[in-house]
Design a protein around this ligand. Structure first.
Ligand code: ADP
Ligand code: MG
Length: 211
């Protein structure tokens, strides 16, 4: 079973809807430990990506992800813009020319994407960032694959791991980004970027459940 080019377009569309629905929630999370713009940033970015979908209808998955990354880079702003831009650009590099993705392809793409985010933002696990949701999601995909799980099962496990990673950020003190300026006062709040990353990966698991 595999993820088709149309499935990828569906995922992006579903992601845009989910981020719109969660705009105020992400703003509230960022208001507690940042500057209250994360929800607006992500919603603005994915609205702009939605505007590009018509020109992507017949393109390969690499082009779809690369265009998504470039658009996020130029519209999201803040710390999230370059990091989410990198995430999708790297996914695009690994899926260049492809019209569908197997579980193995998706693992390669997401792993490179997360490595790109780590390289760019220099966050380690436990720094209370989006990496705390993204990295466990990649590990869960790899484990599911080596246990012979199906694509849809692996996606469910990876979304679950991202959710656990997101929740784990609550008691932590932020070591990167704006929240780190708060020091100990950042503890007790869920990281907004880890939350948007979880929402994006849960959207993948939901959209691709029949792939
Ligand atoms: P800003 O902090 O510039 O206002 P956003 O509010 O859009 O940007 O995004 C904040 C999120 O970005 C944080 O919750 C965190 O998850 C993520 N983030 C910030 N700095 C880094 C970093 N160096 N590496 C990884 N993620 C980071
Ligand atoms: Mg912010």
């Amino acid at each position: 079973m595999s993820i088709s080019r149309d499935d990828v377009l569906d995922w992006i569309q579903v992601t845009a809807g989910i981020l719109k629905e969660n705009r105020d929630y992400l703003i509230k999370l960022d208001a507690a430990i940042g500057d209250a713009d994360h929800g607006a940033n992500m919603d603005r970015g994915f609205k702009a990506v939605m505007g590009k979908l018509p020109e992507l209808a017949d393109k390969d998955i690499g082009t779809i992800f690369k265009t998504t990354g470039m658009t996020l880079l130029s519209t999201v702003g803040g710390a999230g813009g370059p990091l989410y831009g990198t995430l999708y650009l790297q996914m695009g590099m690994k899926s260049a020319g492809k019209m569908d993705l197997t579980l193995e392809d998706w693992i390669v793409a997401l792993q490179a994407a997360v490595e790109g985010v780590v390289m760019r933002g220099k966050a380690e696990l436990g720094d209370k960032t989006m990496v705390d949701a993204l990295s466990p999601a990649v590990e869960a995909l790899k484990e599911a694959s080596s246990n012979g799980r199906s694509l849809s099962e692996a996606l469910e496990y990876s979304a679950k791991a991202a959710e656990e990673g997101m929740t784990a950020t609550i008691p932590w003190v932020a070591k990167k980004g704006r929240a780190s300026y708060l020091g100990e006062r950042s503890a007790g709040h869920q990281d907004p970027g880890a939350t948007s990353s979880y929402l994006i990966l849960q959207a993948a698991a939901d959209t691709w459940k029949d792939c």
